[in-house]
Design a protein around this ligand. Sequence first.
Ligand code: C5P
Length: 304
Amino acid sequence: MTGRPSPHAVIEVIEQAAAKINLALHVTGRLADGYHELDSIVTFANLVDDLHLLPAKVDALSVSGPFAGALGTGPNLAETARDALRALAAARGCDAFPVEIRLVKNLPVASGIGGGSADAAAVLRGLARLWEAPADEADLSRIARTIGADVPMCLASRPLSARGTGEIVEPLAPFPSFDMVLVNPNVAVSTPAVFVALACRDNPPTEPPAAWGTARQAVIHLSRLRNDLESPARSIAPVIGTVLREIAATGALLTRMSGSGATCFGIYDGAEAAERAAAAIADRHPEWYARACRTRYGITGRSP
Ligand code: C5P
């Protein structure tokens, strides 16, 4: 690409790629193409990768941050997202000029919290702004699907229900905010391998309540739901069982794995309890990733 920034383009666009948390994840079927039908309750944490998008002479991606070294050498989903949006923007006559993507990788990779998908979604949102691309939400969502099953939900990045293979996204509002701890034992788990190890692919759906209510009421509803990938993920990475036990031992109201693992979460009665739990787990397992956080865009009020 040899284009240049439009005179109206902003100098730098900053986007946050928030950690995705599957509060519940039911596998309800399998499609002819091998993908699985899911029914998931999803929220997003205030733990993020940061993306800086700038006009440049040639396309470039630089990665920094604590988990930069954990990324593979193949194409990054952020670049896949850039190329996919450029194709659409260029087809519509937009000057999708070269960009530098600076990714600050704060979130553990291959860990069930959708970091790569969130990065891709943040690039779609950010480049749509930087390029002033003639692409609406439906266009971005269509592109998102082609990049990965979790990218459409990460585009929304707020409490939602996800069905189909993950692409049917419906916002949940009102939905409470939770004080949480995310714990990852720094063991990467392959999502396809977890789906292969799944024993039952025909589980009942989540049947969410008519109203989620307060955080405490929502925890009661959520405790009746499951993550169907937890058992196959534990068979591949038994340390997940230890992570869940450690979180439960800190007095979490609910403990569960997110996505295909290995990240697990605990929900706590307030921010202080979450901070204390994260500190206790980090103390016992300094090699693990253990962070207190709060989920985004939920209703606040007494927590939980
Ligand atoms: O779409 P994405 O690349 O994130 O999916 C990674 C892998 O997870 C797929 O290759 C597939 O094996 C599995 N998967 C699935 N059903 C889904 C989502 C993912 O089987 N709904």
